[in-house]
Design a protein around this ligand. Structure first.
Ligand code: BGP
Length: 473
């Protein structure tokens, strides 16, 4: 079998999408707590000033699926599926409610102690994202989010606090979720509110520089706390294909792939890539750096490369093609005529996963970790209190087959955590209707329901996949 005996099978969630208890035990507000569900959510993400001033009827993160109170039941179900690893994030405002306090919130820290202890009971290794889209609102309002260099200090304080506190309990850490999303959804990724008339690329890349420095400093601290700790970067990945074999399309694809990999180039190699100079010139970007920044980036690179994969993307150099096609995909890619799509227009490309893995491995030669992949679908609970989600099984089987092919191609892979292993609030749409889980949660788009958990058909299927270490798909 190509997969290693200790391959890390499991599932992934994020604090703001599952915990709820949004003001409990001293937690402060995060920017996500201002975001509504449905169409209005995307508008709010694109025009965050609106989110700061509008009162919406329902805020999905406030109660979510109440993982905060139900974590024992959920982890027990993960253990029943045989999880070796559980990816979760630590809510930043649960630990530092406004983001700039000098002392952490003990009750917030204690919650994650309990979660990690519960995982340990079943031999489940936690994989922890330090920051997954939930910048404390205080840091957005009082400091302008990551446009302010002070955010490095606040993040480092947060990272240092949790790295020390959970020493011996958590071995695998990721510094930022989908760090490249700062370029596409800057409010989500960095609490940025872009003003009319300013160079948006300048603001985004400057903020990105601060995050890259912060990520390296967290890596440094992690190694000081415990040299056993393994730190990963995290990329929203998906190879960008040329729309046609016209050389202009190919060149555009090369450039866009570079811009996708830009963050990992820095986090893994330790320096700004050579193409950045021209890119910045074209965008009118000039980075402000402090003395020592380059050295920090150079010295503290990541141990492994983690990424989410939902789809490949397409690009065309022809403006007519671009104008004629808007797929409605979160990443605004063109429609690929060779691919089917999910109900949300996310194109399904299992071979693209193999392509992406090969590219990442060739580029960095560091172990990979797939920390998000899965299918968002409308699931119906039937009279037997289960969901016949054969479509999800098919989606995952196809992707796992290609993942194994990539390993046979020679790619080194540490593990696979399927996204939203239990139904949770969608990040992009804020809806509960977009479900990814092996476990159905009785909760609807308006936040109604009992929150009871039910096993879907895919629950037993995934259990058998893990038991057989990928032999029985
Ligand atoms: C990634 C995020 C996750 C997650 C996933 C699916 O970008 O890291 O938080 O939610 O996408 O997206 P969505 O929830 O919009 O379907």
């Amino acid at each position: 079998m190509p997969l290693k005996k200790d391959f890390l099978w499991g599932g992934a969630v994020a604090a703001n999408q599952c915990e709820g208890a949004y003001l409990e035990d001293g937690k402060g507000l995060s920017l996500v707590d201002l975001l509504p569900a449905g169409k209005e959510r995307w508008e709010a993400l694109m025009e965050p000033k609106k989110a700061l001033t509008t009162t919406y009827s329902h805020y999905p993160s406030h109660e979510s699926i109440d993982f905060y109170h139900r974590y024992k039941e959920d982890i027990k179900l993960f253990a029943e599926m045989g999880f070796k690893v559980f990816r979760l994030s630590i809510s930043w405002p649960r630990i530092f409610p406004n983001g700039d306090e000098t002392e952490p919130n003990e009750k917030g820290l204690a919650f994650y102690d309990n979660v990690f202890d519960e995982c340990a009971k079943y031999g489940i290794e936690p994989l922890v994202t330090i920051n997954h889209f939930d910048t404390p609102l205080g840091l957005v309002k009082d400091y302008g989010g990551w446009r302010n260099r002070k955010l490095i200090d606040f993040y480092v304080k947060f990272a240092e606090t949790v790295l020390h506190r959970y020493k011996g309990k958590v071995k695998y850490w990721l510094t930022f979720n989908e760090i490249n999303m700062i370029l596409h959804i800057p409010f989500f990724g960095a609490g940025l509110i872009l003003e009319d008339g300013e160079n948006h690329d300048q603001v985004k890349y400057q903020a990105a520089h601060y995050q890259l420095v912060a990520s390296s400093l967290a890596t440094k601290i992690a190694k000081e706390v415990d040299p056993q700790i393994q730190i990963g970067c995290m990329l929203a990945a998906g190879e960008i294909y040329p729309y046609t074999c016209h050389p202009n399309d190919m060149l555009k694809a090369v450039k866009e792939n570079q811009s996708q990999y830009f963050f990992i180039d820095v986090q893994s190699r330790g320096y700004y890539p050579s193409y950045a100079e021209r890119l910045f010139k074209e965008l009118g970007v000039s980075l402000e750096m402090e003395e020592g920044d380059r050295d920090i980036l150079k010295r503290h690179t990541v141990d492994f490369i983690s990424f989410s994969y939902y789809s490949s993307r397409l690009t065309s150099a022809d403006p007519e093609v671009n104008n004629a096609q808007k797929s409605g995909n979160a990443i605004m890619t063109l429609r690929n005529p060779h691919l089917d799509a999910t109900d949300w227009g996310w194109q399904i490309d299992p071979i693209g996963l193999r392509v992406t893995m090969n590219q990442l491995w060739d580029r960095y030669q560091k172990p990979l970790f797939i920390v998000e992949n899965g299918m968002g679908a409308v699931d119906e609970l039937n009279e037997n209190n289960t969901v016949d989600d054969d479509y999800r099984i098919e989606y995952m089987r196809d992707h796992l087959e290609q993942m194994i092919e990539a390993v046979e191609d020679g790619v080194e892979l540490m593990g696979y955590t399927s996204w939203g292993c239990i139904d949770l609030v969608s990040a992009g749409s804020g809806e509960m209707k977009k479900r990814y889980g092996f476990i159905y949660v009785d909760r609807d788009n308006e936040g109604r329901g009992t929150n009871e958990r039910y096993k879907k058909k895919s629950f037993n299927w995934y259990k058998q996949v893990i038991e057989s270490n990928g032999e029985k798909l």
